[in-house]
Design a protein around this ligand. Structure first.
Ligand SMILES: Cc1cc2nc3c(=O)[nH]c(=O)nc-3n(C[C@H](O)[C@H](O)[C@H](O)COP(=O)(O)O)c2cc1C
Length: 185
């Protein structure tokens, strides 16, 4: 029942079969993949859904308890203050079955030349020992490398794969990246 797309979250009071496999075949089809993403204005969500369409697994949106302002300028101010204080905004998204996953795609927009602080909250909420972390981002021009010091700091016990900077129109680039990493034939 888990192959259809969403991870088990605590607010849904569901249990998930240990043996469930990702939705479709890939070179990693014996492993379980979670695609977790934060997205404020939909760009990263679109890329996350493209990745999900190509590799299957479970997909979950990382959401904060306090939503960010929809006004762009206001949002940048909130995000800047959070970045400057290295805040850990509280999340409403909780993955109850993180032990089921050994590969976690983590997607986010670049905010102030790094990942949103909600990604910090998310990655610090779980024991990532031995897991594989696959970062991807969208941006207005920044490269994902700007966020890698933060991701490396947060995922010290995990193996971190080469990340992707993409837009929602970059389907072929995203596919080529997944092929290079071995998730798509
Ligand atoms: C608070 C905030 C900060 C941003 N900082 C950057 C930045 O430092 N570099 C950049 O290239 N784009 C920056 N952007 C643009 C976003 O990364 C870009 O629009 C992204 O695709 C948004 O993804 P989303 O639609 O999934 O939220 C910023 C946007 C916001 C709202």
């Amino acid at each position: 029942a888990c192959g259809n797309g969403s991870a088990t979250q605590s607010n849904q009071n569901q249990t998930q079969a240990e043996s469930s496999a990702p939705a479709n075949g890939s070179s990693n089809s014996d492993k379980k993949i979670l695609i977790a993403y934060f997205s404020h204005s939909g760009n990263t969500e679109a890329v996350a859904q493209q990745i999900h369409d190509m590799i299957g697994g479970d997909i979950v949106k990382i959401e904060t308890v306090n939503p960010y302002p929809s006004d762009y300028h206001e949002c940048t101010e909130v995000a800047k203050a959070e970045k400057d204080s290295n805040a850990r905004p509280q999340l409403s998204t909780v993955i109850d079955n993180m032990n089921d996953y050994d590969t976690i795609f983590i997607g986010y927009p670049i905010w102030w030349h790094t990942a949103p602080m909600a990604i910090g909250t998310f990655l610090e909420s779980y024991d990532l020992s031995g897991k594989t972390i696959v970062p991807f981002c969208t941006s207005g021009g920044s490269d994902i490398s700007e966020s890698m010091p933060m991701i490396k700091e947060l995922c010290q016990k995990a193996t971190i794969k080469e990340g992707l900077t993409a837009s929602k129109n970059d389907v072929e680039k995203t596919k080529a990246w997944l092929q290079k990493l071995g998730y798509v034939k």
